[in-house]
Design a protein around this ligand. Structure first.
Ligand code: EPU
Length: 423
């Protein structure tokens, strides 16, 4: 199994080109199913989760062509007039829960499908009840049989009003994709507002969908009979950008984050990082993050957009391990997203967890150690801790990192620090 060796006491100083967002590219790939004319996606990040989604589309009969554009980006062309299988099998879905995103598009275009239930994962139980309730409100018949969601809408989906009791990102995306070809108007209330949903809506509009209100908590969709081919460039990855900003803070360095409007994409994270340890300056096509001279303790809670993203919680915790005082982190999205705490403790961190709250008491320094990645974001938090630690750190279970961080060692090298991948 691959490992990453992180050499300690390094300083980030350089420029990193931020890739397209995994969590935007996954629903966009699923959206290809909606049109028989196919979809071309640019700025797709080369990641194992993207390969998993492409494998799923190919199982359904989509012909995908992938071509590299430099090291950090791919163009994926999906030919979708030959879809002849309507089952998303457990063998693929169990690898990646976002596979559930094919449910809405398959049902919208073909009126029936069968998608394996994803099950839980390291960060939480991850139910999909709201995806199913929303589809049922649109007239779908849904059965759970042999571990599969079997969904039918023989007379097509009907526009409806559906209010999400809690904010769900992929739930909103699934219902949005289901609604674009439903009969009549759909109103999604308490919809998630993440920028990746706005990106999906923008692409669907290029395909001919009629959508208003994306990015607000009320999305209105008027169904159209069919969608056409479109070409779309995937939104930049705000979580990757935030992760490299933390790398600058924890190593007392600086980094130019290139490729997007990160102030708009990470408003609360930037505010908190300013309070903690970074100075931000606008630069052409990006943002510079520079160590401000000390790491101050901060309190924050993770929340849906525009709040502090849960996908940056683990990385920020690594930073706060070295703050001059006590920080409190409240994880409000996932019930089990503190698995990295035990690994950071192996490096000398002082963290205690009680329910959804982690109290991090800053220590003078961390010490390199063999550690284990427990989920995607946790994996990079250990790399960050390792860059600042005294001595070397060996991060095991690197396959978690490959799911969501494109060419991590190359990008870290671009900003002046060395990590080695060990086969
Ligand atoms: N929830 C339900 N019922 C549902 C759906 C969600 O109870 O039907 C609950 C979840 O259990 C959770 C909360 O609602 O407690 C929010 O979950 P959400 O559905 O928003 O999460 P998701 O759509 O499964 C996406 C990202 C995650 C990110 C979360 C929160 C993708 C592919 N995944 O997951 O990304 O943490 O939103 O922002 O977009 C990651 O990239 O590392 C990652 C885990």
């Amino acid at each position: 199994m691959e490992k990453i060796r992180v050499y300690g006491e390094q300083k980030v100083n350089g420029k990193v080109h931020i890739s397209g967002a995994k969590n935007a590219a996954l629903p966009l790939l699923a959206a290809a199913i909606l049109s028989e004319e196919g979809l071309t996606l640019k700025n797709v990040p080369p990641l194992s989760d993207i390969s998993t989604m492409i494998a799923l589309l190919e199982t359904l009969g989509v012909e995908c062509t992938v071509s590299s554009v430099g090291d950090y980006s791919e163009t994926v062309t999906c030919k979708t007039d030959s879809i002849d299988n309507f089952t998303a099998p457990y063998t693929i879905v169990k690898k990646m829960r976002a596979s559930i995103l094919v449910l809405g598009p398959l049902l919208a275009r073909f009126g029936h499908c069968s998608v394996s239930l994803p099950g839980g994962c390291a960060i939480g139980v991850r139910p999909i009840d709201l995806h199913l309730k929303g589809l049922m409100a649109m007239g779908a018949e849904v059965d759970l049989k042999d571990g599969y969601v079997q969904a039918k809408a023989q007379k097509g989906l009907k526009g409806t009003e559906f209010e999400f009791p809690i904010s769900t990102v992929t739930g909103t995306e699934n219902l949005l994709m289901a609604a674009v070809m439903a009969d009549g108007e759909t109103v999604l209330k308490n919809a998630a507002r993440e920028p990746e949903i706005v990106d999906l809506a923008n692409c669907l509009k290029k395909m001919g969908a009629r959508i208003e209100g994306e990015g607000t908590s009320e999305i209105r969709v008027v169904g159209v009979p069919r969608l056409r081919h479109a070409e779309h460039s995937v939104l930049v990855d705000r979580i990757e950008a935030g992760t490299y900003a933390v790398a600058a803070a924890i190593t007392k360095g600086q980094v130019d984050l290139i490729g997007g409007n990160f102030r708009k994409l990470l408003p609360t994270f930037i505010e908190k990082m300013e309070e903690c340890s970074l100075i931000f300056e606008d630069i052409p096509n990006g943002l510079q993050a520079k160590y401000a001279g000390e790491i101050r303790p901060i309190d924050f809670q993770t929340e849906p957009f525009p709040g502090f993203p849960t996908d940056l919680q683990a990385q920020t915790m690594a930073l706060l391990c070295l703050a001059g005082g006590k920080s409190v982190i409240d994880e409000k999205i996932w019930e089990n997203r503190f698995m990295h705490v035990a690994e950071l403790a192996r490096m000398g961190a002082n963290i205690s967890v009680s329910g959804s709250q982690a109290t991090v008491c800053g220590v003078d320094h961390l010490v390199g150690a063999p550690v284990m990645a427990t989920d995607l974001r946790a994996s990079f938090s250990l790399v960050l801790a390792g860059l600042a630690a005294k001595g070397n750190t060996l991060v095991d279970r690197v396959y978690h990192l490959n799911r969501g961080y494109c060419c991590a060692e190359k990008k870290l090298a671009d900003c002046g620090v060395r990590v080695d991948r060990i086969k």
